[in-house]
Design a protein around this ligand. Structure first.
Ligand code: NAG
Length: 550
């Protein structure tokens, strides 16, 4: 509308000026002539013939001197003085002249002399579809959270087409896609604009950027289009919890694993972005027995050993590790740590009973000790064999349930060996094997199995005659290797070859010392020699005795 005012105002002024100027002369009439021409006609196209349209005689044309009033106003058209044709003189761009005004008129005046006449010429410029719709911004960037609800609308920049009517913008079209629909709406001024409507939930982890082509169409013939690219950036919501690479992490550790060693590493990932994908690890369930043993790096997810393991104490540890992302979503995984046995325990040897002392006359196979052997390791590491040192009259035999019997394995003789230090060696089957030695002390008790024995089988003693009565004349000595009572010897005189008197009137013997005493003074002339027998008897039960002759 505004443009029309501007266009018309000088025209009106000029009309007034002409009227006052020409009224002095022989002004007769003014006529209105209308033409219509499409825009963008080639230069020189004929719009119409003024002579014909004004009903003038072509032969008188030279005398009429038909010409346009204002040259400046006449940039688009020219009038031929020869034939009265109105020609297109310049490019006529309807949109350049009238913008979006629906009726585009160009007004000018032509003057004819003899008689003087002024013609008001109006040329209607017809629109042709010479403009395509165009988006002000042909890259439309939108950003929305992946949690945006279906039904949410996004206003798109509009396209403009300076043509009018059907030649101007009529509709919009959206390239096929699964997430958005296009809705074309009309403003109060009749302009159409488009909105995107979300029809399906978005998922950033599936598609982070969506791209469509928006087409604006006019209704001309042929139809012209303009396009814009729509980029939808789907922003992250913390809709993904961390995910561990495994539900259960299992590891086996030798019990000698050094303190500080890496036990295992848990790894969780998160499909979100930024802090929503930043994962921290912590133990969510750590039994009391594991607290001093294992530590977890909250960032790397590495579990390391803090103290020494002992298979014999705990064979398996289970715990739960949580991964938490920056948005607070938590996922758990289980951890199973098995401890592998190593041969770190020597066999333990316990003396259950010892039958000491053992009599020297015990038969081979007599039980002298019962021992228990135990190894805390498992498998071969806990399997134990027992042995005794060589050259002993004993053997060790497995009994039941880790019990072993030590028995005599030959005759004993206290007089040769009254005491034995028996060393039991218990060895497990580990690699390398571990051994334990235990020594038991066994005493052999005495049995009266030895006779007293005199140093000689017979003795000859010379005694001078006239000896004083009661004089000690000799001492016999018998020995007995037994001990104590079994070796305590009692001496006695058995008999003699003196027939006349009892022997006791000649000789007496001290039963304990074996000392012989003359009971009277011997007379060489009466008898020169006599014989007697002495008996040595030990105190054993039963006693053993020997005789010696004289
Ligand atoms: C047995 O061991 C004890 C103590 O070590 C020692 O005094 C004794 O002489 C040993 N006996 C034998 C027969 O080796």
């Amino acid at each position: 509308m505004e443009r029309r005012h501007k266009e018309n105002a000088p025209v009106l002024r000029r009309q007034v000026l002409l009227l006052s100027l020409l009224s002095l002369c022989c002004w007769s009439a003014s006529e209105q002539i209308q033409y219509s021409v499409p825009e963008e006609m080639p230069k020189g196209s004929v719009v119409g013939n003024l002579i014909k349209d004004l009903g003038l005689n072509a032969r008188e044309l030279s005398k009429h001197n038909l010409h346009a009033v204002s040259v400046t106003k006449m940039q688009y058209f020219s009038i031929s003085a020869e034939n009265g044709n109105l020609y297109v003189n310049d490019r006529i761009d309807r949109e350049g002249i009238c913008d979006t005004t629906s009726v585009c008129l160009v007004n000018f005046e032509a003057v004819m002399e003899n008689p003087l006449n002024i013609f008001h010429i109006t040329v209607t410029i017809q629109d042709i579809n010479d403009n395509a719709p165009q988006f002000l911004n042909d890259n439309i960037h939108l950003e929305t959270s992946e949690l945006t609800l279906p039904g949410t609308r996004f206003l798109l920049g509009k396209a403009e087409d300076p043509d009018i009517g059907m030649n101007s913008l009529q509709n919009y079209d959206l390239s096929p896609n699964q997430y958005f629909m296009l809705e074309v709406r009309k403003r109060e001024d009749g302009n159409k604009y488009a909105e995107l409507v979300l029809s399906k939930p978005l998922d950033r982890e599936q598609e982070q950027t969506l791209h469509f082509i928006l087409t604006a169409l006019d209704g001309g013939e042929p139809r012209r289009t303009g396009t814009a690219h729509i980029w939808v950036n789907v922003t992250d919501a913390n809709d993904n919890p961390p995910i561990f690479t495994q539900d259960i992490y299992k590891v086996s550790l030798p019990e000698k694993t050094p303190v500080g060693s890496l036990v295992l590493q848990v790894v969780a990932s998160d499909n979100d972005e930024g802090s929503y994908a930043q994962i921290g690890y912590h133990f969510s369930n750590l039994p009391a027995n594991s607290r001093k043993l294992f530590s977890l790096d909250p960032i790397k997810g590495t579990i390391s050993l803090q103290s020494t393991l002992d298979f014999e104490e705990t064979k398996e540890y289970t715990m739960t590790v949580a991964a938490k992302d920056g948005g607070g979503l938590v996922t758990h995984c289980n951890i199973e740590i098995r401890v592998l046995d190593e041969n770190d325990n020597s066999p333990e040897v316990t003396l259950v009973s010892l039958f000491s002392p053992v009599p020297e006359d015990s038969f081979p196979g007599t039980l002298i000790a019962l021992i228990n052997v135990n190894d805390r390791d498992t498998g071969d590491n806990g399997k134990v064999t027992c042995s005794l040192q060589d050259h002993l009259p004993f053997k060790i035999l497995a009994s039941s349930n880790n019990y072993y019997k030590i028995q005599t394995d030959g005759p004993l003789d206290r007089e040769k060996s009254s005491e034995y230090n028996i060393t039991i060696t218990a060895t497990d089957k580990g690699n390398p094997p571990l051994s334990t030695h235990k020594t038991i002390s066994l005493l052999i008790s005495d049995i009266n199995d030895n006779y007293p024995s005199f140093e000689k089988s017979s003795y000859t003693v010379y005694v001078p005659e006239n000896n004083p009565s009661g004089a000690s004349i000799f001492t016999v000595k018998a020995l007995d290797p037994d001990m104590d009572q079994n070796a305590r010897i009692t001496y006695s005189i058995l008999h003699s070859n003196i027939k006349e008197l009892p022997i006791s009137s000649y000789i007496s013997i001290n039963s304990e010392t074996g000392a012989l005493y003359a009971q009277r003074s011997f007379d060489y002339e009466q008898f020169r020699e006599f014989q007697l027998q002495v008996k040595a008897q030990d105190g054993g039960s039963p006693p053993l005795s020997s005789n010696v002759s004289w």
